[in-house]
Design a protein around this ligand. Structure first.
Ligand SMILES: [Zn+2]
Length: 269
């Protein structure tokens, strides 16, 4: 195939021939992006602030649980808001940062997947010593079954991020617990050499590093999906043959886990 000359535009008034790389799909504007975030731990709260920095204003956040001392030590919540409901605290942070941002805490009003630029982020946290000590924010009503959804789980200084899948394909509680168990085994059997250049294991610095890197990756993936909903290069629709991988982050360390394929939440049909 002959490459197109680099300089081929003329002054005839015609638009130059578009480059396929940039014309694959009509791009949405950040103002058109709707994001629902269920579970506002430090990782997802940071992702919300990054999305707002990128111009996303229609953010619906839900988590009535209180801001904890751990949240203020390793997350974006200021100590003055400790004890406040996380959803209230995050709405306040978003509005202070971007006055044009109008965050809601009304998941029941969130749009359906008919809106192509809508996506969801859900989180869970291991809040005890065992993988089963998992806290998940439940929604009173399920969102649209086809809403593109990312699941992220934090376990101390470790985060696990599932690939973007329709809501009805989200990992179930048992699959999340199993993945946390697998991650602990991997890190115990083969401790990574590069969790962080300076922090000691389980330090607040390491947890913060994991949070920032994980939240950045999530914000990029959600924007990639929502701004280019027709672009199959970024739309990770469910594929039973290649269901994607779970990303494990521990400071600077990154590796992958394979999702279980035998659970009902992963089986086709
Ligand atoms: Zn499952």
């Amino acid at each position: 195939m002959t490459p197109t000359p680099a300089t081929s535009s003329t002054n005839s008034g015609e638009a130059p021939e578009s480059n396929d790389q940039w014309s694959a799909s009509p791009q949405m504007h950040p103002d058109e992006v709707h994001v629902l975030i269920a579970g506002l731990d430090p990782v997802t709260a940071t992702a919300a602030l990054l999305l707002a920095d990128a111009g996303v204003c229609l953010i619906n956040v839900t988590d009535p649980g209180p801001v904890t001392s751990q949240d203020t030590a390793t997350g974006p919540y200021p100590p003055a808001l400790e004890g406040s409901p996380r959803e209230y605290a995050l709405r306040k942070l978003l509005r202070n940062r971007w006055p044009r941002c109008v965050p809601l805490s009304a998941p029941e009003l969130f749009c359906s997947s008919v809106i192509p630029s809508a996506a969801m982020l859900r989180s869970a946290s291991v809040t005890g010593p065992l993988p089963q000590d998992l806290t998940v924010v439940d929604l009173a009503a399920s969102p649209d079954a086809h809403l593109p959804t990312i699941t992220v789980v934090t376990d101390g200084s470790v985060s696990l991020t599932w690939p973007l899948v329709p809501w009805y394909r989200r990992p179930c509680r048992e699959c999340i617990v199993n993945a946390v168990r697998d991650a602990r085994k991997v890190l115990r059997d083969q401790p990574p050499l590069d969790p962080d250049a300076v922090a000691t294991a389980h330090s607040l610095a390491l947890t913060t590093l994991t949070r920032v890197i994980t939240a950045s990756g999530i914000a990029v993936d959600l924007l990639g999906q929502s701004l280019n909903p027709q672009n199959t290069n970024v739309q990770n629709t469910w594929d039973a043959e290649s269901p994607g991988t779970i990303t494990l982050r521990y400071g600077l360390h990154r590796s992958t886990l394979t999702p279980r394929a035998d659970c009902l939440c992963a089986l086709d049909g």
